[in-house]
Write a new protein. Sequence first.
Length: 126
Amino acid sequence: MDFGKVLKLIISEFNKENINYALMGGFAIGVWGIVRATMDLDFLVDYNDLPKVEKIMKKYYYECVYKTKNVSQFVSYFKPFGEIDLLHAFRDISLSMLARSKEVSVFEGKSKVKVLIPEDIIGLKL
């Protein structure tokens, strides 16, 4: 996966559509300084924004291969675009995680992305 290209593209679309999101998972941990190998991007997204998110994903040829009320998994068969996993925020606790997220510079300041705070990333693992 070309993380730089995909993240810049997806975040640009999320911002344009006013989508309430935050990066989470392995890449987010790396943003906070703990290097961990990862193969995909993981986002927490507001459940009410899912129709807009799905439209963006289709625009860039991602296919939804799994979806429940809680999660969605999108895969691109264009290898550099890889896989994007979404956790749907609709409970008070996950919506408050989105509210606490911080905008952080990535890729040597070339892009900015909203990221869950470390405590919330850990909390999702418990």
